[in-house]
Structure formats: C-alpha cells, structure tokens
Write a protein that binds this ligand. Structure first.
Ligand code: PRP
Length: 214
C-alpha cells in the first residue's frame, strides 16, 4: 500500500486536525514531540505521512500531488485558487472575511467611491469588489497587521479576517460588510481522489460521522 500524505497548516489548524484524527484512532505520536525539528511524520501501521507547512503553501503541495490531502483555511483556498478538490468543512477555525474600517468609511462604500483597500488577500478583495459589488477600488497588498492601514491613512478600508472582533474594537474599527464565512477545509489532489478513492472516501465518511456527533 502506498502512503497517503497529509499537508497540515502549521499552528492551531494542525493541532485541531490532529485532535480530530485522534478521534478516528489515527495518531501520530512523533508529531506530538514539541522539541522535534523533524519535518515529516509517519504512521507506519496505517501508511500515513504528515507534514506541516505555511497555510498558503498547503494548496500548492496538494495541487502538485506532493500531498494527497491538505487541511487549510477557506480564505487561503480562495486566495490561492489552486486546482484542488475541496471535500469537507471541518467546522473549526470559524471566522469571517470582512470589509472593515472606521464608521465614516460606510458612506464611501455606499457611494462606490474610488477607495483604497488594504489586505493580505488581494484576490479575494478583487473578486468581492469587482465581481460582486461592481465597484472599482485600488487594492494594496500587505502581509500582516492589516488593521494598521486605515489608522495611518494608507487605505480607507481593509479586507481581513475577523474572529472575535477584538482587534477591530481595540482600534476603533468595525465590520462594514461581510464577504463570506470561513473555516478549516479538507482539500484533495484530483488525481489522488481517483487513485486512492476508496481510502479517501472511507476517511471522509468517518470524519463526517465524528463531525456530526460534535
Ligand atoms: C488575524 C486577522 C486579524 C485578527 C482577527 O491576524 O488578520 O488581525 O487575526 O482576530 P480577532 O477578530 O479575534 O481580533 P493574525 O493574528 O493572524 O496576524 P496578522 O495580523 O499578522 O495577519
């Protein structure tokens, strides 16, 4: 039997994924050793391999077939636009993609003014403003601390992830429009989906049972 390889998003999503897999009796003892610098973890018995990657790289590994299966946020799947099958909503990592800014920016949105939008997600922002809202905007790509942009006058609004909303509150910003809800998703390489159909389908069936019980 060949190995089924999982690419997991480093951090909280990987942690949550491993907890979920444990409920199915799929464990990876090696991975729990926090001090280990190892990059790939193997479960010999079940012929599974796991590795950790940065979120935006997970769909890349899966598209090229270096991983059969990936776990990554819906935001990253949308932003990267890779050729992968999204097969399951894992229902953790729940948050929302939103247009945010100071209250005063509401009017600018309403009147479809040519505003500047700062974001880590230029493709999502473009799709939202151009295709859904038919509003021309200037998109400015940033790499983090997006909330800073309207505070220092780089942009009028931002497109960013809102989880608890506390970052917005503490900076006197608010949600102006919701783009879409987000959560962790399982993605599969299209060729793996055919070649390993039985194993992958069985895994999905078992995951669906556990997710329903939760
Ligand atoms: C994310 C996001 C917001 C914040 C939202 O940033 O970009 O800044 O979390 O969470 P909240 O609604 O619970 O406050 P993250 O901490 O991942 O880092 P980043 O700013 O570097 O992107």
């Amino acid at each position: 039997m060949r190995y089924l390889t999982f690419a997991l998003t480093k951090g909280r999503l990987a942690q949550k994924t491993l907890e979920l897999l444990e409920e199915l009796g799929i464990t990876c003892q090696e991975m729990k050793d926090k001090n280990s610098r190892k990059l790939i973890f193997v479960n010999e018995e079940l012929k599974l391999k796991f590795f950790l990657a940065k979120g935006p790289d997970v769909p890349t590994y899966v598209e090229y077939g270096a991983a059969d299966i990936g776990v990554v946020g819906k935001d990253t799947i949308m932003e990267e636009g890779r050729k992968v099958h999204e097969v399951l909503d894992l229902r953790f990592g729940n948050c929302r993609m939103c247009v945010c800014g100071p209250k005063s920016a509401k009017e600018l949105l309403k009147h479809r003014e040519l505003i500047r939008v700062a974001t880590k997600y230029p493709n999502i922002a473009k799709d939202y403003f151009y295709n859904k809202k038919h509003q021309t905007v200037e998109i400015i790509k940033l790499n983090g601390s997006i909330e800073l942009a309207p505070l220092v006058g780089l942009s009028e609004v931002i497109v960013d992830i809102v989880e608890t909303g506390s970052t917005l509150r503490e900076n006197h910003l608010e949600v102006l429009e919701e783009v879409c809800p987000l959560s962790a998703r399982m993605i599969v390489n299209p060729v793996s989906m055919r070649l390993e159909n039985e194993r992958i389908r069985e895994l999905l069936t078992r995951l669906r049972v556990v997710l329903k019980e939760a």
